[in-house]
Design a protein around this ligand. Structure first.
Ligand SMILES: Nc1ncnc2c1ncn2[C@@H]1O[C@H](COP(=O)(O)OP(=O)(O)OP(=O)(O)O)[C@@H](O)[C@H]1O
Length: 340
């Protein structure tokens, strides 16, 4: 089955394509367009102008022109927030694209991450001391990384196994020019330094990719086991409080599963830090008395065999928040259970 079909088979509405105008996302657009034509799907392309570089508006116009040539609807989304760090820009970009896609009735947004990005991510995460789970790298399908704006939106990465050089060849064959973002050469960014380090190191790249492929398999297995635990050992009572049975989980899965549940109940974008979740997990599963704790906006209690997680008062009290937590729980369980 075509990779696009596998990643977007469950999509409703038009499939979104995030196109910055760089080679990776333009090649993604072209390939997505070919797939959409063959499979009768509709696309909608988005370019975010962060107003951080004066050329960005022209670049967005260039993408709009290419989209017009392909007959793909295109929207330029302008970030009007005060100038900030790249991390803030990234969050704003994801939030704007998720909201625009939902407004169009779409559920899946395609991103142009490549195998080169995966290798760079591996080295950057290794340097930060990431676990094997993080070293597996970016997932071909994931939930939107922003919350709550990203609710109901999945991101898919159909070119994650293709190299940048290969995608550039696709564009050259079709006579499509891409934009070279100067920040991709700025050594102030760690990713740029790692990319420079990897130049010409094809054997190393191949080895890292092979290692990541195995780690991805293990990660899928791990997530399926967490989805199974979520189905069997997590319930939501009449008050909207999550009740967990943590018994029998091996240590590493216990920490990961508890972290994800804290993320869901606290309405945060990521789980709390592992060095905070780990001691909590140990206390919750020990025979010592446990008089309650708070972490990541969540109140944690233990009663007999069950652990209760409820949002802290400033997070809770709102039926809409409770509904969001339930929906996110279902979305994560379904993503992990599918093992894509
Ligand atoms: N300004 C933009 N407008 C639309 N899409 C964008 C824009 N910038 C990036 N993207 C999308 O995100 C993909 C990844 O780009 P990039 O690596 O710069 O972003 P990132 O999400 O910050 O990455 P990372 O998660 O590796 O930090 C691109 O291939 C493209 O699909």
């Amino acid at each position: 089955m075509d990779l696009f079909d596998r990643l977007c088979g469950k999509a409703t509405g038009p499939v979104g394509v995030a196109v910055s105008g760089g080679s990776d996302s333009l090649a993604l657009l072209i390939l997505a367009h070919e797939w959409a034509e063959q499979s009768g799907r509709a696309l909608v392309a988005f370019t975010v102008d962060h107003r951080l570089r004066p050329e960005a508006a022209d670049e967005a116009r260039a993408v709009a022109e290419i989209c017009a040539g392909l007959n793909v609807p295109h929207q330029t989304l302008v970030w009007r927030a005060p100038k900030g760090k790249q991390a803030l820009a990234r969050r704003a970009r994801h939030a704007m694209m998720a909201e625009a896609l939902r407004a169009e009735g779409g559920t899946h947004l395609l991103l142009g991450h490549t195998a080169d990005d995966q290798v760079e991510t591996f080295l950057m995460r290794a340097r930060q001391g990431s676990t094997w789970y993080g070293l597996a790298g970016m997932q071909p399908i994931a939930l939107s990384p922003v919350w709550p704006e990203g609710q109901g939106v999945r991101i898919a990465r159909p070119v994650l196994k293709r190299s940048r050089a290969d995608l550039r060849e696709e564009l050259e064959r079709r006579g499509v020019d891409w934009i070279d973002d100067p920040s991709n050469r700025n050594p102030a960014y760690e990713r740029v330094r790692v990319r420079t380090l990897l130049a010409g190191q094809d054997r190393l790249k191949t080895r890292i990719l092979a290692c990541q492929a195995r780690l991805q398999d293990l990660r899928r297995l791990e997530e399926r086991l967490i989805a199974h635990w979520m189905r069997e050992q997590v319930s939501i009572d009449g008050e909207g409080v999550f009740q967990l049975d943590l018994s029998g989980l091996p240590e590493e899965r216990l920490i990961r599963a508890l972290g994800v549940m804290l993320q869901i109940v606290g309405g945060r974008e990521t789980p709390p830090r592992k060095d905070a979740v780990e001691p909590l997990a140990m206390r919750l599963t020990s025979d010592e008395p446990f008089s309650g704790a708070t972490l990541g906006g969540v109140m944690i209690y233990r009663n007999r065999d069950h652990v209760s997680l409820a949002p802290e008062p400033e997070v809770s009290g709102d039926a809409a928040e409770e509904k969001l937590a339930r929906a996110r729980f279902a979305a994560i369980r379904s993503l992990y259970g599918a093992g894509t």
